[in-house]
Write a protein that binds this ligand. Structure first.
Ligand SMILES: [Zn+2]
Length: 424
C-alpha cells in the first residue's frame, strides 16, 4: 500500500519535458485547447493542463498543431533540372491526352547523360531544406537507376539521407526509370544500388513494350525486393491508355510473393479511363494486396480515381512527384500546397473532404511509406507542426509554412535551413 502511495505521489510531481507546446488547437477538437509535452523524441502527454517544465516552451496561440507532413513520392534526383532541358518532354507528357507519356520519358532521359553526384546533391539539399521549412519530415525519394544515370542519383540521395538525418527522414528508392527489360544492364545496376544502401526497390513496368515484358519487369523488381528484404514502389499505368494493366499485375505479384502491405503503387493515371467493372476488380485486388496508391493530380492531366478508391477503402495519399523537372515546372515540397491543388483537381471541398486531404499528406502518407506509429498521440514519435492558423480550412487556404516544426522530438532550426532552401 505504501509503495502505491509513493508511486502516486511521484506521478503528481511536475514533469520535465524537452518541449512543451501550450494553447494548441487539435484537429476535430474545436473550442478546446491542449498542452503537449515532448521528451526523449516522443509525445509524453496531451492534456488540458500539464504540470511540468520544459527546456523549450512554444505558445501555439490557439493555432492548429498536427502531425508533420509526409511526402511519399518525389523524383528527388531530378529536382531543378528543367532549365537544363528544352520543354519537349513537358509538352509530350501533358499533351495529347497523355498518349505520348512514353515519348516524354525518353526525351527527359537526355538530362541523365550529364548526371553527376556533385551537382545533383546541391539541388537535392535545396529541395529537402524546403521540405523541412514547409513542415515535411518524411520523404520517399526516387533516384533513377539506368545506364545513363548509373548510380549518381542514388549516391546523392544516400548522402542527403545522412545529412538530413533526424530532420527529414529520406527513404531512397532505387528506381528503374527507363525500364528493366528494354534497358539492358538495369537489373545489375539496381542490385548495385540496393547494395549501396537504397531503402526501397522502384519499378515502372508500364513502360515496357509488351505485356510479357511488363510481367517480367514486375517479377524482377520483386525478386530484388525479396532478395534484400525491402519494400517495393512502382509507377504504374502513367499514360492515357485504358488498356494498361501493370497496376493489376503488381497487385497480383505482391499477393503471390507474400509482400502484402509492402508494395506501394504510384500514379495509376490510366485508371481514370478504366471501365467501371475493371476498376472494381483492381480495387479489390489492391485491398487484398494491402497496396495503397500515391496520386499526384497536379502533375498530369489524368489521375487515379481517388474518391472512388476512398469509397472502396483503398489507402490513398498524395505526393509532390516533381519539382522543376522535365515533367512539371513548379513545386516547393510544400504538402499543404499539394493538398490545396488536389482539393481543386479532385473536387474535394467539403470540410469532411478537407480533413481527408489533410490525412492524405500526414497519417495516410505515413502508412503508405510503412512508418510505424505515426500520429499525434501519447507514446508516438514526436513529428509535429505548429501552424499559424486555427483549422484545416485555413491551413489549406494559406498553405503557408508552419511557425514551428518538430522532428524526432526536436525543434527544427528553420532559420539555418533558409539559405539552403533559397535559390543560391
Ligand atoms: Zn512520378
Amino acid at each position: 500500500m505504501r509503495w502505491r502511495l509513493g508511486q502516486r505521489k511521484e506521478e503528481k510531481m511536475p514533469k520535465k519535458f524537452d518541449i512543451l507546446i501550450k494553447r494548441a488547437q487539435l484537429r476535430n477538437q474545436s473550442g478546446k485547447l491542449f498542452q503537449i509535452g515532448i521528451a526523449d523524441g516522443k509525445i509524453k502527454a496531451i492534456e488540458d493542463r500539464i504540470d511540468g517544465t520544459a527546456a523549450a516552451e512554444i505558445d501555439a496561440q490557439g493555432n492548429l498543431v498536427t502531425e508533420s507532413f509526409v511526402n511519399p513520392h518525389l523524383h528527388l534526383c531530378k529536382v531543378y533540372t528543367l532549365q537544363m532541358l528544352d520543354e519537349e518532354a513537358l509538352r509530350n507528357y501533358h499533351g495529347a491526352e497523355m498518349g505520348k507519356a512514353m515519348t516524354a520519358i525518353e526525351l527527359a532521359a537526355r538530362v541523365k547523360e550529364k548526371y553527376d553526384e556533385a551537382w545533383i546533391i546541391q539541388n537535392v539539399r535545396r529541395a529537402v531544406a524546403q521540405a523541412a521549412l514547409f513542415g515535411g519530415t518524411h520523404l520517399r525519394a526516387f533516384a533513377d537507376v539506368d545506364t545513363k544515370a548509373r548510380l549518381e542519383g542514388v549516391k546523392a540521395l544516400i548522402r542527403a539521407r545522412e545529412e538530413f538525418k533526424d530532420i527529414v527522414d529520406i527513404q531512397v528508392v532505387a528506381f528503374a526509370q527507363d525500364g528493366i527489360v528494354r534497358e539492358p544492364g538495369a537489373v545489375e545496376l539496381m542490385r548495385q544500388a540496393m547494395a549501396l544502401g537504397a531503402d526501397v526497390v522502384g519499378g515502372i513496368p508500364w513502360i515496357e513494350y509488351t505485356e510479357a515484358d511488363v510481367a517480367q519487369h514486375v517479377r524482377e523488381i520483386f525478386n530484388i525486393a525479396v532478395e534484400y528484404g525491402k519494400d517495393v514502389s512502382m509507377l504504374v499505368d502513367d499514360a492515357g491508355d485504358p488498356g494498361l494493366r501493370s497496376l493489376e499485375v503488381m497487385a497480383v505479384e505482391a499477393i503471390r510473393r507474400g509482400w502484402q502491405g509492402r508494395a506501394l503503387a504510384h500514379h495509376a493515371r490510366a485508371m481514370a479511363l478504366y471501365p467501371k467493372p475493371y476498376f472494381q476488380k483492381v480495387a479489390a485486388l489492391m485491398k487484398k494486396a494491402g497496396m495503397g496508391v500515391v496520386s499526384d493530380p497536379h502533375t498530369g492531366p489524368l489521375h487515379a480515381r481517388v474518391k472512388e478508391l476512398l469509397e472502396e477503402g483503398v489507402l490513398v495519399c498524395l505526393g509532390q512527384d516533381d519539382i522543376s523537372d522535365a515533367y512539371y515546372p513548379y513545386g516547393r515540397n510544400n504538402m499543404l500546397e499539394v493538398a490545396f491543388l488536389a482539393s481543386h483537381l479532385l473536387w474535394m471541398t467539403t470540410s469532411a473532404e478537407m480533413e481527408t486531404l489533410y490525412d492524405m499528406i500526414t497519417v495516410r502518407a505515413a502508412q503508405a511509406m510503412g512508418l510505424k506509429d505515426y500520429g499525434l498521440r501519447v507514446g508516438a514519435p514526436a513529428h509535429l507542426v505548429v501552424l499559424d492558423v486555427p483549422n484545416v480550412l485555413e491551413a489549406l487556404r494559406s498553405h503557408a509554412a508552419p511557425a514551428h516544426v518538430i522532428s524526432h522530438g526536436k525543434l527544427v532550426d528553420l532559420h539555418s535551413l533558409e539559405s539552403l532552401a533559397s535559390d543560391k
